[in-house]
Design a protein around this ligand. Structure first.
Ligand code: CU
Length: 179
């Protein structure tokens, strides 16, 4: 993951550089994402993902709440999802992690920090028609809109929305809290 972290770091530096805004006379062609192969599946532990780039100082990954399938990690970086008001959290998913079809009571705003996430809409978990969201991608899911995700390799995403936040599975049998 060192390469990825370095790449992200460079991206941040470039984005923050004043020079980046003054040298716009030549526009570089956008990378052709359709021919870019997914990042190789790494086995880096969540702890190794914790860098100043991934999380603000003092914020640490915790095991995902009981409402999510085991294996993911979360870090709340602003606000409190259990209370009223705006919150922002990050979610780390291992390779092939899945969240079955579910809904939320409010808008879900998803930003991909790293990795490749498949995001599909509807009541049935299927990759056909699912969006392939890559680093930097942003997606809004409307309240009560059934959706599901699959991590193609490790994924770190940022989720922000208005609390109190909750998650309801379309199929109650998918709910880890009921097992
Ligand atoms: Cu969701």
């Amino acid at each position: 993951m060192r390469t990825l972290a370095l790449a992200v770091g460079l991206g941040v530096i470039v984005a923050c550089s004043p020079a980046a805004t003054t040298t716009t006379t030549t526009t570089a062609p956008a990378p052709d994402v359709s021919t870019t192969s997914p990042a190789p599946v790494a086995t880096t532990s969540p702890a190794a993902m914790v860098t100043p780039i991934m999380l603000p100082p003092g914020v640490q990954w915790s095991p995902a709440p009981a409402s999510l399938p085991t294996g993911a990690r979360v870090a709340v970086i602003d606000g409190d999802p259990s209370k009223e008001g705006l919150f922002t959290m990050r979610l780390w998913m291992p390779n092939d992690y899945r969240i079955p079809p579910h809904t939320h009571p409010a808008y879900e705003h998803i930003t991909i920090i790293s990795g490749v996430l498949h995001l599909g809409m509807g009541n049935a978990f299927t990759m056909s028609g699912a969006d392939e969201l890559r680093q930097g991608a942003f997606k809004v899911v409307a309240p009560n809109m059934a959706h599901f995700v699959h991590a193609a390799g490790e994924v770190v995403l940022q989720l922000h929305g208005m609390g109190p936040w909750s998650l309801k599975y379309v199929n109650p049998a998918d709910d880890p809290r009921t097992r």
